[in-house]
Design a protein around this ligand. Structure first.
Ligand SMILES: [Zn+2]
Length: 261
């Protein structure tokens, strides 16, 4: 977090897919650091159904019982700025595991020409109109949101599928998503190992993306035993709009559906 300029601030929430150590070890250090810095508000932490008690025990034994407010996936969707995040169960090895679906609400953009024509100044007025509320300008004229509406931005869906034993399940969950972020621990030549450990190969993940008809795919959880280029080649042979995640990767999905690094 320090390396990428995020600082040690408290996160709005932490979403955990499952309790295998490589997916939770960082949480302990993070909560311990916040506590040492005097942060005393619990961080909301979401885990798959059936894992809340185990995480509570883990945190207790590290003296961090009050550092997190743990909820599990049975508790339904949560609202966040401009959208919702919901949870779905997914099979992975022998442990409860879940993925997350982020849905950003659709919204209207403002039309610059219409704003000028109505004499709407920059600043808070424009935010009110963008959020669908009428405003009264300083000269007493009222402007309605419908009068300055531009293009409609449809809702956007991002699926984070977590570690997965089955590409079919990932494909079912990712149907029509704008972005799928999924795991590709192995390459095709290690399919046997992937089955034994409850993971996917790059080829399987790419196939799931193709079947689901997603717009973009980002592969994570890649192994150090192969290069990112090898993963990318296998992904793109099946699904060309693929990227391999790296530490600190930041991307933006534009209004027209482009992915910008
Ligand atoms: Zn795992």
């Amino acid at each position: 977090m320090l390396r990428y300029g995020l600082g040690w601030k408290a996160a709005d929430a932490v979403l955990i897919t499952h309790l295998h150590l490589d997916h939770v070890i960082g949480l302990l250090g993070y909560l311990a650091t916040l506590k040492r810095m005097g942060h005393d508000q619990p961080i909301p932490v979401r885990v798959p159904s059936g894992s809340a008690e185990t995480l509570r025990l883990m945190l207790s034994s590290w003296g961090l019982r009050d550092a997190a407010r743990i909820s599990d996936s049975s508790e339904g969707p949560e609202e966040f700025h401009g959208g919702t995040v919901s949870t779905f169960e997914i099979a992975h090895a022998d442990t409860p595991c879940c993925g997350y679906l982020f849905t950003l609400d659709g919204r209207w953009h403002l039309d610059t020409e219409a704003l000028k024509a109505h004499g709407v100044p920059t600043g808070p007025c424009r935010r009110e109109l963008a959020e669908g509320r009428p405003v009264v300008l300083s000269d007493g004229r009222a402007v309605l949101p419908e009068e300055v509406r531009g293009r409609y931005q449809p809702p956007m869906r991002v699926v984070f599928s977590g570690d997965s034993s089955s590409w079919e399940e990932v494909a079912n969950r990712a149907g029509g998503a704008d972005l799928l972020v999924g795991e590709a621990t192995f390459l095709e030549r290690d399919t046997e190992l992937a089955r034994r450990t409850g993971h996917l190969t790059a080829g399987e993940l790419a196939y799931a993306a193709r079947v689901a008809g997603v717009r973009w795919l980002i592969a994570t959880h890649i192994s150090q035993r192969h290069t990112a280029e090898e993963y990318l080649a296998e992904l793109r042979a099946v699904f060309p709009a693929s990227l391999v995640a790296e530490d600190g990767l930041r991307i933006a999905l534009t209004q027209t559906g482009e992915l910008v690094k």
